[in-house]
Design a binder for this molecule. Structure first.
Ligand SMILES: Cc1cc2nc3c(=O)[nH]c(=O)nc-3n(C[C@H](O)[C@H](O)[C@H](O)COP(=O)(O)OP(=O)(O)OC[C@H]3O[C@@H](n4cnc5c(N)ncnc54)[C@H](O)[C@@H]3O)c2cc1C
Length: 406
């Protein structure tokens, strides 16, 4: 039996803990926050992430809390520019909009039911390794383990302790988000966006059940440059409502009459690593490849990471006579790093190209709109847009798209 410690009880950490525990490894999760119920808005789970949840046996539980999303539609004025329908990628595919806290709670409960030890308010602060073991230091002591999984999010400081070439670049733009209840919004299955150039973007994502009120809810995303954070904070809710009114008056009214609305600012970063492992340490989720949420892939990629890691550990055990010994952890992590590289590189590159088209001060909104509309009318290009959205592209040269399964 191998002994594995996971740093971080987010999506990547919990999904890994579930899969590795089921494979018979001894797993302990260390989470630095004492109460890890995530604040946050909606996430869009793509067919790629849904397949991973199916492998985890949690897809039905997720669907019970989520909203089915059939399409993504974006408008500049009354001109529909973005028009992506999942069913044109595959007749059975759709997105699932879910509140982050609901997804977290489902993963959390599953890990607890399996008896995973989760240490709260006790983060991993440092580690060292030799050929045999990893020494992981937490806030209350230290442990000698066979492998360390770093899954502690975009701002990971543990990542810095690896001798791996890496960049962490905060984005100059972020977003205001709010979760709003509504039973009678006329677009319960569409992620709708409105644009004014690349400077203004307002999105409404169907988000399923609001865990705070148990009512049907939607997530509002309003893109804003970091340089204006202070100005926005000063103007408060009335200022935000006024800006939104100029773009979408109905949504401004909705926000103005939503006493339950939680509202906050999100910041993003772009993280790149030349490799995802070093010896007995492997990096997953946002700690490995955080990106702007423009493509809606981060949570899905965290779930894929966990699933592929479990596959690699299982393969490695098979190669070593069915019994995973402590040395095969290194081989499994190396295989993981190699297997994840193309998929991650593709989505990071597309995210880097696309993000300024939707969030920047450049006068390129018209170029984006023309390109999106033109691409829509070329079936081969449209199909690639859809495969990208669904999380199915496995690399630049993959034209058919694959949804990986455990
Ligand atoms: C506004 C916004 C919208 C988004 N929309 C989407 C979307 O539509 N679809 C999508 O797929 N993704 C979306 N994402 C991205 C998605 O939320 C992330 O990719 C995903 O949460 C990453 O999961 P993770 O487990 O890697 O990291 P996290 O969820 O950040 O979890 C990391 C955990 O590690 C803990 N931690 C930190 N340091 C330590 C330490 N030293 N020791 C122990 N624990 C530690 C943290 O407290 C946290 O609990 C969005 C993100 C934002 C900000």
């Amino acid at each position: 039996m191998t002994y594995i410690v996971i740093a971080g009880a987010g999506i990547a950490g919990l999904a890994s803990a579930i899969l590795l525990t089921r494979q018979g490894h001894q797993v302990e999760v260390f989470e630095q926050v004492a109460d890890p119920t995530p604040v946050g808005a909606g996430l869009l789970l793509q067919p790629s992430g849904q397949a991973m949840l199916q492998s985890l046996g949690l897809l039905d539980a997720v669907k019970a809390k989520a909203a089915v999303v059939h399409s993504l539609e974006g408008y500049t004025g009354s001109w529909k520019t973005l028009d992506l329908h999942y069913q044109f990628a595959h007749e059975d595919w759709y997105g699932l909009g879910i509140h982050r806290a609901n997804l977290h709670q489902i993963l959390w409960q599953c890990a607890l039911d399996l008896g995973v030890a989760i240490h709260l308010g006790n983060g991993i602060s440092a580690f060292s390794q030799d050929a045999q073991r990893v020494q992981a230091q937490h806030q209350q002591g230290s442990l000698q383990v066979d492998g360390l999984v770093i899954a502690n999010g975009a701002r990971s400081l543990l990542r810095d302790q690896l001798c791996i070439t890496q960049t962490h670049r905060p984005y100059p733009w972020g977003a205001y988000w709010a979760v709003l209840d509504k039973e009678d919004w006329p677009f319960p299955h569409i992620l709708l966006q409105r644009y004014r150039g690349a400077q203004i973007m307002l999105g409404i994502l169907p988000t399923g059940i609001n865990p705070a009120t148990n009512r049907t809810c939607y997530s509002l995303f309003w893109s804003l440059p970091k340089a204006e954070f202070a100005e926005y904070r000063q103007a408060g809710m009335p200022g935000l409502i006024e800006r939104i009114r100029r773009v979408w008056p109905e949504v401004a009214e909705w926000l103005a009459h939503a006493p339950e609305a939680t509202i906050a600012i999100a910041e993003y970063a772009d993280v790149r690593l030349a490799s995802y492992h070093q010896g007995r340490v492997v990096v997953l989720g946002d700690a490995a490849h955080a990106m702007s949420p423009q493509l809606g892939q981060g949570a899905n990629m965290a779930l894929i990471d966990a699933t592929i890691l479990a596959q690699c550990l299982a393969n490695s055990g098979a190669k070593f006579d069915g019994e995973l010994n402590s040395n095969s952890v290194t081989a499994a992590f190396a295989e993981y790093s190699q297997r994840r590289s193309k998929h991650i590189a593709y989505y990071q590159t597309v995210s880097r190209i696309m993000t300024p088209l939707y969030q920047s001060n450049y006068a390129i909104g018209w170029l984006r709109d023309l390109g999106t509309v033109a691409g829509r009318h070329v079936p081969a290009v449209y199909h690639q847009y859809l495969l990208t959205l669904c999380g199915a592209k496995q690399g630049f040269l993959d034209m058919r798209g694959v949804i990986a399964r455990l």
